[in-house]
Ligand binder design. Structure first.
Ligand code: BT5
Length: 242
């Protein structure tokens, strides 16, 4: 298996896989030093200044998989990878990793269905050696360097993350991944009061749990209700009431 396909510069590693999936194989990984059109969810920007890990993995599933679990599988892989270097890593359901309360990594999962599920792309951005960020994210982003004051070798980090992601996904396929408990035990939001965006309105809710189907269980308007990530976003400036 190829370790990964590398680009110095590309529009987006997710877009590269989506445009070339016919010529790529299951578990192929594409990495780039810099993206000119890095994307988050809902067409938001993903910024980088050539100091981060920008990586996407292609999945060509042989049978249908519960797609809403994939961001949680990826979160668990990134969590385990980051824990080798730093302590206070938290997972903000469904796709952000926080370090000391600031965002160090984001995950973008995209899928294509024709008559069946054709492919899934897992895109991961992790801030590595960044000393500063563009003003849009300066107050809410952090990097491994900012926290540990050490610089990291990008090749080693790409390989480590690729191994962690492939490994977690293969465990998941064999029903052996502990991704749900990793997400629950290290959640930044369970038992917290947060602002939830539902139907374009912000609601104050308490997060109770992450359910086995990957949805989040919240207490909203005095009722318990579960939401999938497609339906809601936890507000990016969510308020924590300790
Ligand atoms: C994400 O979206 O967090 C998913 C990011 C996925 C990026 C990877 S990089 C490899 C692959 N190729 C791509 O084109 N994308 C994937 P979301 O939850 O929508 O968060 C986006 C928001 O995070 C932005 O609106 C900013 O507020 C913030 N943000 C942008 N760049 C950031 C960074 N480098 N560090 C921390 N926060 C950032």
């Amino acid at each position: 298996m190829r370790k990964y396909i590398y680009f110095d510069e590309i529009s987006s590693t997710n877009d590269y896989i989506k445009e070339n999936y016919n010529n790529l194989f299951d578990l192929d990984i594409v990495v780039a030093k810099h993206q000119t059109k890095g994307r988050g969810r809902l067409s938001r920007d993903w910024f980088d200044n050539s100091n981060s890990i920008l990586l996407s993995m292609l999945i060509k599933p042989e049978r249908d998989i519960l797609i809403q679990l994939i961001p949680l599988v990826a979160s668990a892989a990134v969590y385990k990878f980051l824990k080798k270097y730093v302590e206070d890593v938290k997972i903000k359901w469904p796709n952000d990793l926080l370090l000391n309360g600031k965002k160090i990594a984001g995950i973008l999962v995209e899928a294509k269905y024709l008559t069946k599920l054709e492919y899934v792309v897992i895109g991961i951005g992790i801030n590595l050696n960044d000393e500063r960020f563009v003003s849009e994210i300066e107050n809410k982003a952090t990097s491994l360097f900012k926290v540990t004051k050490q610089k990291y070798d990008s090749t080693e980090m790409y390989e480590g993350l690729s191994d962690a992601l492939r490994n977690e996904y293969m465990l998941f396929c064999n029903n052996q991944s502990d991704f749900l408990s990793v997400n629950r035990l290290n959640s930044a939001v369970i038992n917290k009061d947060v602002l939830l965006e539902v139907d374009n309105k912000l609601k104050n809710v308490k997060v109770l749990d992450i359910l086995d189907d990957g949805t989040i269980l919240v207490n909203i308007d005095s009722q318990n209700k579960s939401f999938s990530s497609g339906e809601i976003t936890l507000n990016k400036n969510y308020i924590e009431k300790e």
